[in-house]
Ligand binder design. Structure first.
Ligand SMILES: NC(=O)c1ccc[n+]([C@@H]2O[C@H](COP(=O)([O-])OP(=O)(O)OC[C@H]3O[C@@H](n4cnc5c(N)ncnc54)[C@H](O)[C@@H]3O)[C@@H](O)[C@H]2O)c1
Length: 264
């Protein structure tokens, strides 16, 4: 498949779960993919899976809470593949399961540093690069789409409250505020910015939550009208759709991938 041929995608938190599925899907659709994570083993495994399928990817270590590391990772993406067309700010943590009074200042600060800082610094570095490379003189053959596409991974907890997950819910609401703001500020430079808001999706993060509160799995499943958790590949396909050039009128949206939860 060549839907993203000649395009370069950078994905944070791509060492497992939704990020890995998204990296694999972009590579299968023809993109050259920079896989990044703090978990080097997971990130390298994602690259190995992509290469085993005959597609193209490289791994770079990157803690999204550190703006210097994100800048370096974007620079390495451009050094490796020549440009950046797609930024997926997916890395995130679930944090502590507990009511507001059980959350410490450290719990709150860490959540904000990774889930909000990661998206903020990620978009800054990505947009800076997209604007810098967006000179038609650099590609006279017109073989690259100008501008860029960014998708931030929020959550259903970004559009509703989440009992026992106050800092997480606050962080995911903040991701939507940043998404909508960037979408307004850069659309005239042809950079579209959207978000996805998944409900519980099979991944390491959901396994951690289930392990923290045994017995909760069935309860979680029952609240989703479709009657099951999402699959990482289903979230990945929505992210690809948001980045596709056929979808060029979609900007600043928060797409809810929730099996119907917020329809009621
Ligand atoms: N799984 C769900 O049910 C669900 C639902 C809604 C939203 N999300 C969001 O989806 C995103 C991906 O999560 P997932 O479910 O695939 O979980 P996951 O735990 O499988 O993946 C998260 C990845 O982010 C990486 N990461 C954590 N901190 C990082 C940091 N500081 N810098 C760089 N990488 C870091 C982890 O190493 C891991 O590879 C997260 O933002 C999460 O909040 C998940």
């Amino acid at each position: 498949m060549t839907r993203f041929a000649n395009q370069v995608a950078f994905i944070t938190g791509a060492g497992s779960g939704i990020g890995r599925a998204t990296a694999i899907a972009f590579a299968a659709a023809g993109a050259r993919v920079m896989v990044s994570d703090v978990n080097d083993t997971g990130g390298q495994e994602t690259v190995a899976q992509i290469k085993a399928a005959g597609d193209e990817a490289t791994y770079v270590t990157c803690n999204v809470a550190d703006p210097t590391q994100i800048e370096t990772a974007i620079r390495q993406t451009v050094d490796t593949y020549g440009r950046l067309d797609i930024g997926i700010n997916n890395a995130g943590i679930g944090g502590k399961f507990g009511r507001l009074l059980d959350q410490s200042p450290q719990d709150f600060d860490q959540m904000m540093a990774v889930n909000v800082g990661g998206v903020f610094y990620g978009m800054q570095a990505q947009i800076r690069q997209m604007l810098a490379q967006d000179n038609p003189k650099d590609h006279p053959a017109g073989d690259y789409p100008a501008g860029g596409k960014i998708v931030n991974v929020s959550s259903i907890a970004g559009v509703r409250g989440m009992a026992m997950g106050g800092p997480y819910s606050a962080s995911k609401h903040a991701v939507l505020g940043l998404t909508k703001t960037a979408a307004l500020e850069y659309v005239r430079q042809n950079i579209r910015v959207n978000a996805v808001c998944p409900v519980y999706t099979h991944s390491g993060m959901v396994d951690d939550l289930i392990n923290m509160a045994p017995g909760i799995k069935d309860k979680m499943r029952r609240v989703i009208p479709i009657g099951r958790f999402g699959q990482p590949q289903e979230i990945a396909q929505a992210i690809l759709w948001l980045c596709s050039d056929e979808n060029a009128f979609c900007n600043g949206q928060a797409i809810q991938l929730d099996g119907g939860l917020t329809a009621g």
